[in-house]
Design a binder for this molecule. Structure first.
Ligand code: TYD
Length: 136
């Protein structure tokens, strides 16, 4: 099964422009209760981010402006996708290594998270991650 799992959001557009609404309890749009929202912006072109996995956290990433390239890795296979649509969310399950590259100057990456921030949930060593992913 592909690591790249897109969720399509309904765009409520009219002649004035477009709007996407995500409400708590919309299980079909986001498959968990959202406990935290953050966004990444003003990332320098030469910078890559991420390089970690989460033990329990699930996330949906939405590129609401610009573009960036997301790499996902489950310890045995690696897939990538361009994030460039505000109507598509990328579901990132727990125990998936992620890297973000090639941010455009105007990129704003919005992330919906299933848990509050917890540094102990991070696995920041790729070696530790692959060891744990293979044993799970
Ligand atoms: P990090 O998750 O390492 O960013 P990225 O995956 O984009 O490279 O987070 C960067 C810093 O921000 C780190 O010091 C932790 C802090 N942080 C919070 O305090 N709260 C949060 O919700 C997030 C996502 C990060």
């Amino acid at each position: 099964m592909s690591l790249i799992k897109w969720i399509d959001f309904q765009s409520l557009g009219d002649e004035r422009g477009s709007l996407v609404a995500l409400e708590i309890g919309m299980e079909k749009a986001v498959p968990f209760v959202i406990k935290r929202v953050y966004y990444i912006y003003h990332t320098a072109k030469s910078v890559s981010r991420g390089y970690h996995a989460h033990r329990d956290l699930r996330q949906v990433a939405i590129c609401v402006a610009g573009r960036c390239r997301m790499v996902l890795d489950n310890g045995t296979s690696r897939e990538e996708a361009w994030m460039d649509s505000p109507t598509k969310g990328l579901l990132i399950e727990s125990m998936v290594w992620r890297e973000m590259h090639d941010f455009s100057d105007d990129c704003v990456l919005l992330v919906l998270a299933s848990e509050h921030y917890d540094e102990s949930d991070y696995i920041r060593s790729y070696e530790d991650f692959t060891g744990q992913a293979r044993n799970s």
